[in-house]
Design a protein around this ligand. Structure first.
Ligand code: OFO
Length: 161
């Protein structure tokens, strides 16, 4: 059984994961308008992954006898600047999500909630990958300069998770 405080914190994280999905979809829509179809594809796959992350916590809350309460998702921006700006935004966003996951884990440790700790370990590992992917693409974009189109083509090869 989940404590009320852990349930509240996990519901907050469900909101963050779905909000991440919405943010990346907004970035994808922006890339479509800028003739960057590869980046749009990469971001759409990312948006789907975030939806999956939200659902993972949703299922966990239910499995533990808790109640999922969905929260509002803010309207994301419509403009994201250059490709470098977009992926800077992705990296900064993922760093915020990592901090939120770490806070959740600290709370689960404090509450001696072992099941939530084990569930969150998957997210801790995932965040290492999420930050690495965003940071690798950002570094490539900084080097690509006018060859950004070649990189866009490469990002478009990302398959669905
Ligand atoms: Fe859910 O990992 Fe990104 O935000």
């Amino acid at each position: 059984m989940l404590s009320k405080s852990m349930q509240k914190a996990l519901n907050g994280q469900i909101q963050k994961e779905f909000a991440s999905s919405y943010l990346y979809l907004a970035m994808a829509a922006y890339c479509e308008t800028k003739n960057l179809p590869g980046m749009a594809t990469w971001l759409k796959v990312q948006a789907q992954e975030e939806w999956g992350h939200g659902m993972k916590i949703y299922e966990f809350v239910n499995d533990r006898g808790g109640t999922v309460t969905l929260q509002a998702i803010e309207q994301p921006p419509a403009e994201f600047g250059s490709p470098v700006d977009i992926f800077k935004g992705v990296l900064e966003h993922e760093q915020k999500i990592t901090a939120a996951i770490n806070d959740l884990y600290a709370q689960a440790v404090k509450e001696n909630d072992y099941a939530t700790q084990i569930m969150l370990q998957w997210f801790i590992t995932e965040q290492v990958e999420e930050e690495k992917n965003a940071s690798d693409i950002l570094e490539l974009l900084k080097m690509a300069g006018e060859h950004v189109i070649v990189l866009d083509h490469r990002l478009g090869k990302r398959g669905a998770a």
